[in-house]
Write a protein that binds this ligand. Sequence first.
Ligand SMILES: [Zn+2]
Length: 372
Amino acid sequence: MSRSSPSLDTLFTWVRTESPTSDRAGVNLMMDLVVAQMQDAPVAVERIPGTDGLGDVLVLRAGPQTGEPGILVMSHLDTVHPVGTVERDLPLRVEGDRLYGPGIYDMKGGAWFCLEAFKDVARRGTAARPITFLVTPDEEIGSPITRPMIEDIGRRSAFALVTEPARDGGQIVTARKGVGRFDVHVEGRPAHAGSRHKDGRNAVYEAARQILAVEGMTDYARGITTTVGMVSGGTAVNTIPQHCRFPVDLRVETVADGEAVTAALLGLKPQNPDFIVTVTGGMNRPPYERTEPTSRLFDHAKSLAAEIGFDLVSAPRAGGGSDGNFTAALGIPTLDGLGIDGDGAHTLQEYGLISSIAPRQKLMTRLLESLR
Ligand SMILES: [Zn+2]
């Protein structure tokens, strides 16, 4: 595939069409491009209007309409990059095998070529099972509007394939940590820092104690991490603060650890009854644990890759969550990381490797044709 190939030009258009999750118009332009891509193919296109200010959802169906459990493929077209990134900070460009641009790696590259594979299989009528291709607008914020759809279609599916980017050297993903999100609010008592210091109850001070407790829940041996990445509190340098707030990011490897740490976080208590500590939140994405059926699905994909001419390797458990966590938690054999190879997700050095497109598109094609 060369720089001038017409199909790669389509991918350039995708990357130039900026689509941060919060930009409904931009995300919907991406959905328009997918609808256009499916024109003239025997694909049923259902477009569900987004809610909560988010973009639309596409449900694409093809293959034998037998009613048997099908194959669910999932791609998200929202990115983390604000509008203007492609003009200023991460211009679309090709350097050798690297194609740079916002969202190329996570995950427009993989979404695009897997949709091409889906379209080809639909046209040739070679699908092994009914295929549902779900194209979503909200993955980067935890899939608040599409999670019920993913779980609903997932329950009626035999396999789930996710086109998130590949890991170092084209590795795919068969396990991911679960992700929890929490908000902690500490309330104290305000007072003048000079004249009434003794009367104040400093919410920032109490929050500092709580943060030590939260960070202390990290246990690398069990793969548990807790992170306080932001803190806000106080109103003035000479006022004892009444309020302090901080979010907590939690990652776990097992459902049991998710439940245990969630209980510990929700049970945080002030060290002094003059303070009120309120914790909200919970697990957002359950852990994606590698099961026997997922291992068999991986082995099958590995043998297909060998026929195509490359070695498919499973990456160590990924720290980031994806929509694959939802289907894996339902017990659906799930393969993730089937998208483009490259690096720099969520950074201004994001790129995809052009040479990874053709073999991985072939792998997606063969999976859709052979998953019996
Ligand atoms: Zn992604």
